[in-house]
Write a protein of this length. Sequence first.
Length: 33
Amino acid sequence: MTPRSRRLFVVAAVLLSACGVVGGWYGTGLGFT
């Protein structure tokens, strides 16, 4: 695995986890309203 593809994989993982957290916040917010 080249350093470039490894960095892209890390960035993709961070973006996915960030989207999951934001999605969870919106989900609970909509559930409470």
